[in-house]
Design a protein around this ligand. Structure first.
Ligand code: NDP
Length: 444
């Protein structure tokens, strides 16, 4: 058995109750085979892969808080510090009832390679809780966030581990978490990113993941002699990533005809109205049925269905495993040219293979959604300098980072004879930097 298969077998055995983590490791290690084979002797002796797939450490803790009725509620919190070979741990906090240690580990593992791809000095980590922010009052959200940080503060710091937003954690939650950290530690430091603009946040951070997704998609289209102008785009999700992906796609001259949330989806042949979407989801925190009510051109459908719509480009921006093999078949049958992932691991392994085998240009989330964390790293730089850059400065840096990522992953795939396989290219380019740093730092 080759080294990759041996390590994969051990990962499956040791983490049997963590299917998402196994899925992420399998996808990465299999695509790294050519690199591992070329360096097998050294990597084996140094147990490089065994070290890569085992987090540096992970914390699990109780989060008691009091709801508006005076009832004590208890949630579980997690932080996985996966790898800090190239910088402080960096990764978001997910608040969603589906959160468990396997999900946080999968996200943390992906984050290590993604952060490496940005070319900025950030390691990888991830955290979260099974707390559901939906339907909670502001006071309940604050009570939860304060309790979460009362435990987590021990493990984080501006040069140690810098959390950020993710599903369920937006500017409001980051504000409450940052306030509690500051209060306990008595320190004003850039320990979170995604902060509000009045207390150390960066302009363009809010837009960064969605905008970055479109910058890399545009570069992909350019490489294939195409542009975004006039393209029909299907987007899933209606949160932070989806909203700004839709906005930037439209600024580039494309027409985005779908979006979705956890209960249903919208088909709007005249193009999604971003201002209305923001009003429904960001301000009112309501369902997409409200969007359809306010927009005569829109149809609302219950359940899943975004990928059945005819489009040139598909951008999954909701959550993991939301684009399955049947969805991939429907997209191919409808003539899709490109799929770029705004979310983390939204496409299953078999669906990814199907798309690639059918000539669809596919960029995975590790590269395609790296604009968010890259801009978080720019927020860290501004905090260290105690300066704030303009929106245009940050946006220009983001755009350059995404263009560079595209060319790095394209080149990495070519170097190993896999031209056009941007998934392998991203894994290879991200891995090479982390592996070299780990080897240089000895056994640790
Ligand atoms: P948000 O919470 O802002 O939005 C998530 C969207 O996805 C919502 O529309 C939500 O629906 C929907 N959704 C969530 N869970 C499910 C589910 N189980 N089934 C169907 N729909 C679901 O999160 P973000 O936009 O920040 O994140 C979206 C994805 O992008 C995640 O995979 C995240 O890890 C990834 N990502 C985010 C980054 C960022 O900067 N925010 C950076 C890099 C990656 P509803 O409105 O009903 O809750």
């Amino acid at each position: 058995m080759g080294y990759v298969d041996e390590v994969l077998a051990k990962v499956k055995e040791k983490n049997a109750s963590e299917p998402e983590f196994i899925q992420a490791v399998q996808e990465v290690l299999e695509s790294l085979k050519p690199v591992i084979d070329a360096n097998e002797e050294v990597y084996r002796r140094e147990a490089l892969l065994e070290r890569l797939v085992e987090p540096d450490r992970q914390f699990k803790f109780r989060i008691p808080w009091v709801d508006d009725k005076g009832q004590v509620q208890v949630n579980v919190g997690y932080r996985v510090q996966f790898n800090n070979s190239i910088g402080p741990y960096k990764g978001g906090i997910r608040l969603h009832p589906s959160v468990n240690i396997g999900i946080i580990k999968f996200l943390g593992f992906e984050q290590v390679l993604k952060n490496s791809l940005t070319s900025l000095p950030i390691g990888g980590g991830k955290g979260g809780s099974d707390f559901d922010p939906k339907g909670k009052s502001d006071r309940e959200i604050m009570a939860f966030c304060q309790s979460f940080i009362t435990e987590l503060y021990k493990y984080i710091g501006a040069d140690v581990d810098v959390p950020a937003g993710d599903i369920g954690t937006g500017a409001r939650e980051i504000g409450y978490m940052y306030g509690q950290y500051k209060r306990i530690k008595g320190l004003y430091e850039g320990v979170f990113t995604g902060k509000g603009l009045t207390y150390g946040g960066s302009l363009a951070r809010k837009e960064a993941t969605g905008y970055g997704l479109l910058y890399i998609t545009q570069e992909l289209m350019k490489k294939h002699g195409e542009s975004m102008e006039g393209k029909v785009v299907a987007v899933s999700g209606a949160g932070n990533v989806a909203t700004y992906a839709i906005q930037k796609a439209q600024q580039m001259g494309a027409k985005v005809v779908t979006c979705s949330d956890s209960t249903g989806w919208i088909y709007d042949p005249e193009g999604i109205d971003v201002a209305l979407l923001q009003e429904v989801k960001e301000v009112k925190r309501a369902r997409l049925t409200e969007y359809a009510k306010a927009r005569p051109s829109a149809e609302y459908h219950e359940g899943k269905g975004v990928w059945t719509v005819k489009c040139d480009i598909a951008l999954p921006c909701a959550t993991q495993n939301e684009l399955l093999i049947d969805d991939a078949k429907a997209l191919v049958a409808n003539g899709v040219k490109a799929v770029c992932e705004g979310a983390n691991m939204p496409t299953t392994i078999d669906a990814t293979k199907y798309l690639q085998e059918n000539g669809v240009w596919f960029i995975g989330g590790k590269a395609a959604n790296a604009g968010g964390v890259a801009t978080s790293a720019l927020e860290m730089t501004q905090n260290s300098e105690r300066l704030s850059w303009t929106f245009e400065e940050v946006d220009a840096k983001l755009q350059q980072i995404m263009v560079n990522i595209f060319h790095n992953i394209d080149d990495a795939a070519k170097r190993y004879g896999m031209e056009g396989n941007y998934v392998a290219g991203a894994n290879i380019a991200g891995f090479e930097k982390v592996a070299n740093a780990m080897l240089a730092q000895g056994v640790c």
